[in-house]
Design a binder for this molecule. Structure first.
Ligand code: HEC
Ligand code: HEC
Length: 233
């Protein structure tokens, strides 16, 4: 009897497990595939010109603001519930979009057939978690910090030049001061070319080649070269 019971339990468990653990849907990928055709997904959006729909950041911030809940933990599920309903059954009456915008965009066409309910749920959670005030603030602060750097500081940081070069100390690459003392302002073009296309064999004892940095703009490379040359003792 006990044996039967345990068999039964196992059977029930297996039964549950077969149906329930849905394969985890990739909300970010689905958002891109299913919604980016009309909604800009950048945070913050790069441009508001020629919009055919409000940016997803604007949509999500707006909904988070308008949809109230008594407890914070409730909020995400309420917003998700609105989105999953609206996207399948949109209407002028349900929309939180202001009337003037609704008139210019027109009501969103139902996405039935474009997206399944499961996919939509994953998308809605992704929207809630991605378009977040704190995340936006962080992004804006980081942009501000980068914008406040000089050209050479930004290049050094973003390209990680200092993984190989130190300003003063000889490492796997010659120090920037060593480079400065070997060249004069007349050699600007040589240095620009070395950074753009990489360099090898010019510095004795350096076995590692320097990789090319083709992604840098001329202005960025010139800024770095001016700075290196300014280190001449
Ligand atoms: C064919 C273009 C188009 C596609 C594709 C599209 N939308 Fe929209 N969506 C719109 C437009 C236009 C509006 C603004 C008008 C409105 O609120 O209905 C909008 C508004 C919304 C709103 C805001 C409703 C409100 O009350 O403010 C949500 C939420 C939304 N879309 C989610 C999605 C999601 C999620 C997807 C992808 C599954 C998606 N949309 C795909 C055009 C589109
Ligand atoms: C993976 C390591 C590495 C990184 C990253 C690196 N370098 Fe170099 N760099 C080298 C090495 C090694 C040399 C010496 C190459 C040689 O012997 O020709 C060198 C040489 C140079 C030279 C002198 C070239 C010449 O013509 O004499 C300059 C200028 C320079 N690097 C600038 C930079 C700048 C700016 C960055 C970041 C944008 C950078 N490097 C990133 C390894 C690196």
């Amino acid at each position: 009897m006990r044996y039967l019971w345990s068999l039964l339990c196992v059977g029930v468990l297996v039964g549950c497990m077969e149906g329930s653990p849905k394969e985890k849907l990739d909300g970010a990928m689905l958002l891109e595939q299913k919604c980016a055709k009309c909604h800009n997904l950048d945070m913050p959006p790069k441009s508001y010109e020629d919009e055919i729909a409000p940016s997803m950041m604007a949509v999500t911030f707006h909904l988070k603001d308008f949809i109230k809940s008594t407890t914070p933990s409730d909020h995400e599920s309420k917003v998700v519930a609105f989105i999953t309903d609206y996207v399948m059954e949109p209407s002028r009456e349900k929309s939180y979009c202001d009337k003037a915008s609704l008139d210019s965009y027109g009501v969103m066409p139902s996405q039935k057939g474009n997206v399944t309910p499961d996919e939509l749920e994953a998308i809605a959670h992704m929207m809630y978690q991605t378009f977040d005030n704190h995340k936006l603030l962080k992004i804006l602060k980081e942009r501000q910090r980068l914008a406040s750097l000089t050209v050479y500081e930004r290049v050094l940081e973003q390209q990680r030049c200092e993984n190989c070069h130190d300003i003063n100390q000889d490492k796997v690459a010659p120090s920037f001061k060593m480079i400065a003392s070997r060249y004069t302002p007349q050699d600007r073009a040589t240095l620009i070319e070395s950074i753009k296309s990489g360099s090898r064999g010019k510095w004795q004892g350096k076995t590692l080649p320097m990789p090319p940095f083709k992604q840098l703009s001329d202005q960025e490379i010139e800024g770095v070269v001016e700075w290196i040359l300014s280190l001449k003792p």
